[in-house]
Design a protein around this ligand. Sequence first.
Ligand SMILES: Nc1ncnc2c1ncn2[C@@H]1O[C@H](COP(=O)(O)OP(=O)(O)OP(=O)(O)O)[C@@H](O)[C@H]1O
Length: 331
Amino acid sequence: MTEVLTRVLDGVTNGAAASVQTVARARPGLAADADADAQLHPAAKPPAALETVAGNGTAENGAARAIVLELAGISLSFGGVAALSEVHLSVRRGEILAIIGPNGAGKSSILNIISGVYRADRGHVRLKGQSYAQVPTQALADLGIARTFQNLALFPGLSVLDNVVAGRAHRVRSSFVEQIAGVGRARRERLDARARAIEVIDFLQLSALAARPAGTLPYGLQKRVELARALVAEPEILLLDEPMAGMTASEKAEMAGFVTAARDRFGTTVVLIEHDIGVVMSLSDRVAVFDHGRTIALGTPAEVQRDPRVIDAYLGVAVEDDGDVARGEGL
Ligand SMILES: Nc1ncnc2c1ncn2[C@@H]1O[C@H](COP(=O)(O)OP(=O)(O)OP(=O)(O)O)[C@@H](O)[C@H]1O
């Protein structure tokens, strides 16, 4: 029975990946991007750690790791629509946790609760020993959280370097006057931000493009610049909202590699929303599956892949009495 269900999910996994690629190909500009300056595709060689750590790097020892973020009984509704109902979720230090689920399942609402965009109707978020009904967005960086967005949110006219430096803005302690004068503490902060940005840019293999205006880069590279800008803040927890949306298959593989490498190098905990199930299964230590605002499964990729509720939510597959599956309406 399990074998049958797994085969069904495998089939969907391949189909989902293919359909995302089709969407990516159809994206205006992407074809042109593909032909763009070959230097723009520095055949992103994944950092060395990647070649040895194949996804799921912390799966086995995850249970022993400290909890860095906890959602306790979170409920959220918009008018009569329940976006989240009684969600409990603990995130462990250094893990890559993927949030998946059909459209409208509540995935973005979860990230918005964690990053303080939404205030829960009930329940709270626990971070650094504090409980919040609404996480204070202005203190997000100080709470160790950085986030990327579903749609690109770069300064297109600024260089890659300046975009990444902007990710250190929250560290500035010097006064406006000190910054204008550019001396003392302000100068040290500026040099420190630049040095950190260069380090992260190098880590993400963007050095050759550091002086280029971010807006002139192909889509996949702009997403990588966003990752750099989030990482330069040295977050303990990195929230990635569909970091691979609209990417080609090879761009997705590169991005997945960089996410894993960032976790391995900086010990960053990663919570991400991703629609490509193939990517999710190979990248994540654990997967939280949402449907209708509830967590319907939580476990390692192998565990959730076998879970009939997950298959049902994704495929509209009904498990019949004789153990066969009947395919309903898919995603
Ligand atoms: N700002 C909002 N105003 C009204 N309804 C909202 C708002 N944000 C989310 N919702 C509703 O809450 C439910 C969950 O939405 P959410 O965006 O969290 O789902 P999702 O899993 O991220 O979906 P998708 O994969 O389509 O992005 C949906 O029914 C959605 O319409």
